[in-house]
Design a protein around this ligand. Sequence first.
Ligand code: S3P
Length: 448
Amino acid sequence: MSGHGTPTPMTSHRAEPLKGVAEVPGDKSISHRSLILGAMAIGETRISGLLEGDDVLDTAKAMQAFGAEVVNHGGGNWSVFGVGVGGFAEPDQVIDCGNSGTGVRLIMGTMATSPITATFTGDASLNGRPMARITDPLALFGTKAVGRKGGRLPMTIVGAAEPTPVRYVVPVPSAQVKSAVLLAGLNAPGKTVVIEKEATRDHSERMLAGFGAEITVEDTEEGRVITLTGRPELKPQEIAVPRDPSSAAFPVCAALITPGSDVLVPGIGLNPTRAGLFYTLQDMGADLTFENPREEGGEPVADLRAKYSPDMQGIEVPPARAASMIDEYPVLSVVAAFASGTTMMAGVKELRVKESDRIDAMARGLRANGVTVDEGEDWWSVDGLGPDGVPGGGTCESFLDHRIAMSFMVLGMGAQNPVTVDDGSPITTSFPIFEPLMTDLGAKFTRA
Ligand code: S3P
């Protein structure tokens, strides 16, 4: 899907107390990887709980274009009949990854060490995002890339016919870069080594091991050293995708700022590389508890219970926690507006190259609603106005960014006056049931 259709303005009004159970969809990161690794195995991988958001559906189409068979059985149950490592066919059309940075970057990595050529494009947001962070390490395998100025999409990748394995130190904290190199390493003979200085989400490592690849992870002085042995035969898997902590963030945060709320968000993956937001909210004094902690499919999981929390305090979010909550800063900044005191968020330069410049997008929208925000290149701070102090009444731009749109819808739930988002249509990229799920809890959303 390239570009979005007609903008859908949405307004969020002060909510009733939020009550009930919020069953959020499957994890986006794990959903992309299930389809891609399923395509790299030989035989049928069965997936339940797949996120059926636009981003993941675009990855499913891409896997078909590269020769895998992908079957939707309905109800989140899918099968992928994989072609094996090195078995990708050359697609006969341009691969359109829509809004998805994860989709395009992981797929580029996966095809980069096969003797095929593919051209990638996306929507206006994706076509503005940096791809050199992917094509630089892929060049070390022998892969060629030709894109627009600044290494932007549309871009053609010419896979390496005789790839050599690489040793690569990831220069930015990015699971997408790490994963693209590992996926490329699958079809390179010998050992590919990826070193990350800061731990980022480790789904690729866990899932590659689950599919039968030989992969080791060592914590050393240099960082996390991941070693993958190329050319494995990946075995098809049964995958139950856990619910997405990044989507759970929205009903959780909405409950914390809406008087009288008590919401249960069951079955949320609490992988330590993903759960930073929830610990940060607890540090701020949120009434947020983890019930029924358990393990599912090798991942720690719990039911989250969030209650209205009028006594939250602003804090300095530890920069070391940034990677584990990188997608949650937009909605955290909304919660910060309802806390007392200032919340400081540092070490977050990566926010500037997400689906939008998320610091800029949130700062603009919060200011339009009466909240004071200060910012620098890699930090920002929000001055809290207390539980009933956010004026609202403003209109915010979503900049083709699902998480920006959803964050401002949450802002309106606790603000004194309604908050309007100029375009809510990007929400379907990651959380297609956001609107009914939130309104079932007690949110009041209207469309112009
Ligand atoms: C993701 C990694 C993160 C995150 C994105 C999903 C992934 O991006 O922001 O939403 O699934 O690997 P970066 O790798 O750019 O940090």
